[in-house]
Design a protein around this ligand. Structure first.
Ligand SMILES: [Zn+2]
Length: 356
């Protein structure tokens, strides 16, 4: 089945991790087998060939670069200008991938439908370009709203204002503060440009404020359920209900610590926790129960988000294994239509509503 993955940090992997995603996964792993600078060295699960193997023909791909103040304990750039420069390297890589026929940028409905037809009608997915919608994870790299205008011109269509910690525009995961004036101005400008608000990573206070201020389309590209995994990174039922009210779609992430309670980062292993892909079905079930249908859940795997096999389900060796979700949902009684909605169609329907 076709898969639409609403969250991958492809350009971060290319530009910051120095991964050539056009290569086979084994080649990428071998090339970095002796490196220790990142936790997931030699354990990556994403490459373009694997995406094609798994029929993942469409994704939301990010630009990402955080700004941090001198007292920050989380990594990041020391000025917003450096963060901006990093995102410009990332967009340059996406454009190079388009030139090479590896990717194709999707910015409107005609482009989206043309791309879906291409994948539907192809005899083999082997040489097909992967479609991507450009998103920005954490807006720190915007020095001013002028950068938003520039980014819109090169194809940016979704923004999550926050990431981890105190952001310039909004506070994110593991922090909490009301939106700054800059954050409010950003949301208003996004609404004017019809840019999608990604509610993922917003701290609770900013989440409620942002949804109040912003009247445009809202999705949550990679988020799970707080009732199952109690942590501020996940959504409470109240937040999920608000998102349902806004006709949002919530993407299911496969970062181990988010999927099951009790994961200790750096200590727990997929095997010690018995973590499997099927654990995601608990989160899917929960949201579908709150919604009363299967129209608000999608896939937003985050499988290249600074972790790899060491922090993914034990039965997932590559992103192509996301295909097994279809069988897992089928065994739990989901209809073929519902499974199709979850694997890709809910995101496409969302864009149909938002880009009309
Ligand atoms: Zn994230």
């Amino acid at each position: 089945m076709f898969i639409f993955d609403a969250h991958l940090d492809l350009s971060m992997n290319a530009v910051e991790w120095n991964r050539d995603l056009t290569q086979d996964l084994n080649a990428i792993r071998q090339r970095e087998a002796n490196l220790t600078d990142k936790p997931d060295r030699g354990k990556g699960v994403v490459s373009f060939p694997e995406m094609r193997k798994g029929n993942i023909g469409m994704c939301v791909a990010t630009q990402i670069a955080r700004f941090v103040k001198p007292d920050s304990k989380i990594p990041g750039w020391h000025s917003q200008a450096q963060a901006w420069a990093q995102t410009q390297a990332q967009i340059a890589w996406y454009k190079a991938m388009e030139e090479a026929g590896e990717m194709v940028q999707i910015v409107d409905l005609p482009g989206l439908h043309k791309h879906l037809e291409l994948w539907k009608n192809a005899a083999s997915t082997e040489n097909l370009p992967i479609g991507y919608i450009l998103s920005l994870e954490g807006a720190d790299s915007f020095i001013s709203l002028k950068n938003l205008e520039i980014a819109y011109q090169y194809g940016l269509r979704a923004i999550g204002p926050a990431h981890y910690g105190p952001g310039v525009y909004a506070y994110g995961t593991d922090s909490d503060q009301a939106l700054s004036q800059k954050g409010k101005d950003l949301l208003r400008e996004m609404e004017k440009l019809n840019i999608i608000l990604d509610a993922t990573h917003l701290c609770d206070t900013a989440f409620w404020e942002a949804l109040d201020i912003f009247k445009g389309p809202v999705w949550a590209s990679h988020n799970l359920v707080r009732k199952i995994t109690p942590h501020n990174r996940q959504f409470s039922d109240e937040m999920i209900r608000e998102l349902l009210e806004r006709n949002a779609v919530i993407g299911m992430a496969f970062d181990a610590w988010m999927m099951v309670p009790g994961w200790v980062r750096g200590k727990s292993t997929p095997e010690s926790m018995g973590l499997k892909i099927e654990h995601v079905a608990e989160h899917i079930d929960h949201i579908c129960q709150l919604a009363g249908n299967a129209l608000h859940v999608g896939i937003g795997s985050d499988l290249d988000g600074a972790y790899g096999k060491e922090q993914s389900p034990m039965d997932l060796d590559s992103i192509a294994d996301l295909q097994s979700i279809t069988g897992i949902l089928s065994a739990r009684g989901y209809s073929a239509t519902d499974i199709e909605q979850i694997m890709w169609r809910n995101w496409v329907d969302f864009l149909g509503r938002s880009w009309k």
